[in-house]
Design a protein around this ligand. Structure first.
Ligand code: DGI
Ligand code: FE
Ligand code: FE
Length: 422
């Protein structure tokens, strides 16, 4: 079989990638095209910290239903940086009967000699360059930056490495991931997608970006240059929280970030929710009632009987009023973090679970199992937490908020429906 490989970080994948894949398949008569999603350089990450799982997911969404196109998570599930020469060597050895075409951008063709072991790559695969900026000068295609045409470069490389180098010419490719990230990051209103984005991104990818809040730089005051001040807020919290509570807070923030990565949610936003979730925890009970009365926050019967429940509602209020958070998702997640609520949004559910499993917790039973479940199935972890919390509240004869029970019933049903006997 003739197989094309299109490697990249796909941060995010866009219609230009799909176009190149299909065009290359057509022009080279390929049987298959594989999107090879790059892993993360250790300690470096990719722009905007988009997790590899999120990038991989977007690729899968973008190619779903396209005949002959699939994706490879080979490099995603790697701890070290995978060099192209290694991957292509492995591929060729694993599939000796197939012929591989490695698709690269024109700039990469001109930089080919600086890749790790270009001679090994050239030995195993045909390198195919796709032109972006092609300038017609005296009838010849000249690359602006290098002064010679890609065809000439390909010829020179063929001679030097004794390999196959092809160039494909097509109309100019208008999109780039970095341009798309810029447009997304500069949105003033997160639901406001300019038409250009609908043109550049597959609809399902756009929906995913919106839902998981990727490429969303959130500000304390949206539209201003002020971004979330993690260091400053951490310092403030250190001052207002008891030592143990502060340490717990940092553990929750880290756990939030880890679960955000696992479930492809914006990591910064999730971390911010974790950092602020218990900001009102060490305020005296009278103050809870005062703050609620002064700001028209309803106090439920359960909250009257167990006032510490109010630290969630008051914490949400202070996140806005004191810490300047305008993000309604963060504020909501904080407000429901103690009882949960049925059908939580992903951010609220990650915060709810992180609060329970963060590494400094050690008293609750089944912690090891719940921690394990959290990274496997978030709804299962939520259900386990609610079940154990209700047991504990009954044992200690504490006032039970009906919201906790409702939430429990909701997640119990989700898990029950999922279980199969055979
Ligand atoms: O603030 P944290 O201690 O970090 O965690 P949290 O906000 O989840 O609060 C935990 C406590 O809240 C825990 O002891 C269980 C309790 N809780 C959860 N749901 C209810 C509840 N307490 C009462 N009285 N009623 C509830 O429905
Ligand atoms: Fe809390
Ligand atoms: Fe907490």
């Amino acid at each position: 079989m003739k197989i094309g490989i299109l490697g990249g970080t796909f941060n995010p994948i866009h219609n230009g990638h799909i176009f190149i894949a299909k065009k290359a398949m057509e022009l080279l008569h390929l049987d298959k095209m594989i999107f090879l999603v790059a892993g993360e350089p250790p300690h470096k990450g990719v722009a905007e910290n988009t997790s590899r799982f999120a990038r991989n997911e977007m690729v899968k969404l973008a190619i779903a239903g396209s005949e002959g196109i699939s994706s490879s998570d080979f490099e995603i599930f790697s701890v070290k940086k995978d060099y192209t020469y290694k991957t292509v060597e492995l591929l060729s050895k694993e599939y000796p009967l197939d012929e591989f075409f490695f698709i690269i951008g024109e700039d990469s063709l001109f930089a080919f000699e600086s890749w790790m072991h270009p001679e090994i790559i050239a030995k195993y695969v045909t390198i195919v360059s796709f032109g972006r900026k092609i300038k017609y000068d005296n009838g010849a295609k000249i690359n602006d930056a290098y002064g010679i045409s890609p065809e000439e470069k390909a010829k020179a490389l063929s001679l030097k490495y004794q390999g196959n180098f092809l160039t494909l010419s097509t109309e100019e490719l208008p999109y780039s991931s970095s341009e798309i990230r810029d447009i997304l990051l500069k949105r003033e209103d997160i639901d406001d997608f300019p038409d250009s984005l609908h043109e550049m991104l597959p609809e399902k990818v756009l929906d995913f970006i919106l839902e998981r809040r990727l490429y969303e730089k959130f500000a304390l005051i949206r539209g201003s240059e002020r971004t979330f001040d993690f260091d400053g807020i951490t310092e403030t919290l250190k001052g207002v929280l008891k030592k143990k509570r502060f340490i717990h807070t940092l553990g929750v923030a880290d756990t939030c970030a880890a679960l955000a990565e696992r479930y492809c949610l914006n990591e910064e936003i999730t971390r911010a929710a974790g950092l602020l979730h218990d900001n009102a925890k060490n305020i005296p009970t009278e103050s809870y009632f005062e703050i609620c009365a002064e700001n028209d926050l309803d106090v439920t019967e359960a909250e009257k009987k167990a006032p510490y429940l109010l630290h969630a509602k008051v914490g949400a209020f202070l996140a806005k009023a004191k810490y300047g958070v305008v993000d309604s998702g963060i504020i909501h997640a904080i407000s429901v973090h103690t009882t949960g609520e049925p059908a939580m949004d992903l951010l609220s559910e990650i915060l709810f679970v992180s609060d329970y499993i963060e590494p400094n917790r050690n008293k609750a039973k089944n912690l090891a199992e719940i921690r394990e479940a959290a990274f496997y199935d978030l709804n299962l972890a939520t259900y386990m937490i609610l079940s154990d919390t209700l047991d504990y509240l009954r044992e200690t004869k504490a006032e039970i908020d009906e919201k906790t029970e409702e939430t429990y019933r909701y997640y119990k049903k989700i898990i029950d429906d999922k279980r199969t006997l055979y």
